[in-house]
Ligand binder design. Sequence first.
Ligand SMILES: NC(=O)c1ccc[n+]([C@@H]2O[C@H](COP(=O)([O-])OP(=O)(O)OC[C@H]3O[C@@H](n4cnc5c(N)ncnc54)[C@H](OP(=O)(O)O)[C@@H]3O)[C@@H](O)[C@H]2O)c1
Length: 300
Amino acid sequence: MSETVSFSEYGDIEGLEVGQAPSAAPGPGEVTIANRAISVNPLDWMVVAGYLKDMVPLQLPAVPGNESAGVVEAVGPGVTSVAVGDEVIWSGFGGGYRAEATVPEATLTLKPKTIDFEQAASLPIAAGTGYAAVEQIAVTSDDVVLIHGAAGGVGSVAVQLAVRRGATVIGTASEKNHDYLRSLGAQPVLYGDGLVDRVRAIGTVTASIDAFGGAGSIAATTALLADLSRSVTAVSDEASQRAGIPALIHPDDQLARVVELAAEGAFTIEVSERFALADARQALELSQGHHVRGKIVLIP
Ligand SMILES: NC(=O)c1ccc[n+]([C@@H]2O[C@H](COP(=O)([O-])OP(=O)(O)OC[C@H]3O[C@@H](n4cnc5c(N)ncnc54)[C@H](OP(=O)(O)O)[C@@H]3O)[C@@H](O)[C@H]2O)c1
């Protein structure tokens, strides 16, 4: 048996239940892992709420969670890429909030020993998206890049990778995160009224990454950036599309590249909040507030 967080109906996170579920022995092409860290993303409560149910229907009851890192406990017939004892990163859709998980071999990537489990669990979605954004707009050392939501999981990785390319980076955040953004090499600005003027006072924006979304970010991007083909949003919606801001496209090699970059020390992920797996509801409540610095992880 293994601790599992699940929901029986789409709706509020109050409906999440903590229980013990039987651990399935791995079948052909499957691997059982003991999770050491499970990453929490805004996507998780969106899935629980049913926002994606028409696109990706889940069989209920379902287990939220889309990325984790752990140790291989058992392998099924035909598994060749991992062995018992290997440290791995799992990336999938649903099923992450459990202490032990039996998953397809193809959803696993070997975890470099130099990356801890909490960092590793946070690589596929947040770091991967930050990486993909910097790639998509091809940031160079000539750029002045505006990054909305720069202190979040996606934004903080985008900041570090853009700085690494030699760009001048302006990042939006609340005051409490300004020192953090400076420590990453960005020039912090407060979001909200007057954002456009505050950014203009720093420089002429040549590229933009929206890692937060919403009307304020969209308006600032369109006011500050002459060539919107040098912008990208991780939060594509009708408003951003109407404004002409391209949606982020995930490259096929995203996870492999982001694991390499993390192993090289190209960026680090700030894990600012840790919860026991059984406290997943509180973790998701915090995520719904949209003011987490870096990442939240669950520890089974
Ligand atoms: N397209 C994709 O594949 C993809 C993948 C991953 C994530 N996403 C989306 O990308 C967004 C970012 O995700 P995330 O995981 O980084 O976490 P998040 O919880 O959405 O972002 C947290 C950060 O947002 C900042 N923030 C709050 N209000 C803001 C505002 N008005 N303007 C600018 N920043 C603000 C907070 O900084 P302060 O505390 O300083 O306010 C905090 O650091 C989410 O909407 C998520 O759903 C999309």
